[in-house]
Design a protein around this ligand. Structure first.
Ligand code: SAH
Ligand code: SF4
Length: 357
């Protein structure tokens, strides 16, 4: 099986060509062909000599996943269901903002964190995605946007998977899309969302790149968070707060807390007050997320009234707070939902086949 040429930084591409006994400058040429000219094959890299292209072709290819399904929402959101080389499925979403086009990238096939409200968490992790597979998600969207001469301007790692359970590949992916001579997506236009894996937040503090960090908090106290997020048993809210205060002091980077409002679970007035208390000392803002019903779980969406009430209490207490705009409501663009459905259908077909045979 050939390896993908996507996912390498400039230095890594230079190493790659040197290992093939090619010239170091071929590395930069390949980077430009892949991400600036956006060719889909090595043969199109016409300023590389035939010999160079042949050496590359022996081991490498420009691999793009198969688009199994493409759903376009009324609001312009596009959700792609992508099939990887080993037939695993992931999803990638294009969201359109007034300030640009953001791609929501998946970092794993499934997720092991098991948050009880999340469709991705219902499917156990099958494997980590490689940096190349994450880049290929961005490129799939970029090829779609080329039709209207637009570009991917923002990347959020908030699709299926826990990015910090796949830290090295995710960071490699980030450095790759940030390459000035490549896609050149600015660090401040890249966000990564974690359920709160404390040692990896510490590692991120020492990275030489100013990306945005989002933390999925979803609860105002350990008592509630323990019930809805298993990760809280490993790293509770006290440890999380400690590392985040350190993170804020050290990096001065933007920190966002995500908070899904679940009816009667974490959306009461007392919850808002506890949250305000907990947030003290973190240089943050809170993104309130209306819950998207997952058919396998019993949670309910908070009422408009509760959402607004929660928002107003935070606002009154000088917390920077927004209510997340919902993308692609008509195409189930919430984390993991499309894959969950297709995977379930696929498994059911397989079971039927086994019974028949
Ligand atoms: N694993 C990482 C990143 C992927 S999940 C994390 O948990 O941060 C990212 C986000 O998906 C969650 O924070 C939440 O905003 C969203 N999400 C998951 N399930 C959802 C649901 N049922 N309704 C609305 N948003 C959901
Ligand atoms: Fe995994 Fe994030 Fe879903 Fe939790 S919310 S199960 S960490 S993808």
């Amino acid at each position: 099986m050939k390896q993908s040429l996507y996912g390498y930084t400039l230095v890594q591409l230079q190493d790659l060509v040197c290992n093939l006994n090619l010239k170091k400058y071929n590395g930069e040429q390949i980077l430009r062909w892949l991400y600036q000219s956006q060719v889909k094959s090595i043969d199109e890299m016409t300023n590389l000599s035939l010999n160079v292209r042949e050496s590359l072709n022996e081991k490498y290819e420009v691999y793009l996943p198969k688009i199994v399904k493409k759903q376009v929402s009324d609001d312009g959101t596009i959700k792609f269901l992508l099939e990887l080389e080993d037939k695993n499925l992931v999803e990638t979403v294009l969201m359109r903002y007034s300030y640009g086009n953001a791609v929501c990238v998946s970092s794993q096939v499934g997720c092991n964190m098991g948050c009880s409200f999340c469709a991705s968490g219902l499917l156990k992790k099958v494997r980590d995605l490689t940096a190349a597979e994450m880049v290929s998600q961005v490129m799939t969207v970029q090829f779609e946007l080329n039709k209207s001469s637009e570009r991917v301007s923002h990347v959020v790692i908030m699709g299926i998977g826990e990015p910090f359970d796949n830290y090295n590949n995710v960071m490699n992916f980030i450095y790759c899309i940030n390459e000035a001579k490549g896609l050149a997506i600015g660090a401040r236009h890249i966000s990564v969302s974690t359920s709160g894996i404390v040692p990896k937040i510490k590692e991120l503090m020492n990275e030489k790149i100013q990306i945005n960090l989002a933390v999925s908090l979803h609860a105002p106290s350990n008592e509630i968070r323990d019930k809805i997020m298993k990760v809280n048993h490993a790293y509770n809210m006290d440890e999380l707060k400690k590392v985040l205060v350190e993170y804020c002091n050290k990096t001065n980077r933007r920190l966002t807390f995500e908070y899904i409002l679940l009816k009667d679970i974490n959306d009461r007035e007392e919850d808002a007050l506890k949250l305000i208390n907990w947030l003290e000392g973190t240089c943050s803002y809170v993104n309130l997320i209306p819950y998207n019903a997952v058919s396998e779980s019993d949670y309910q969406r908070s009422s408009e009234k509760s959402i607004n009430n929660f928002y107003n209490i935070l606002k009154k207490n000088k917390i920077n707070v927004t209510i997340r705009r919902e993308f692609g409501k008509d195409i189930e663009a919430a984390c993991g939902q499309l894959r969950a459905k297709s995977e379930a259908q696929r498994k059911w077909k397989y079971v039927q086949k086994v019974i028949k045979d």
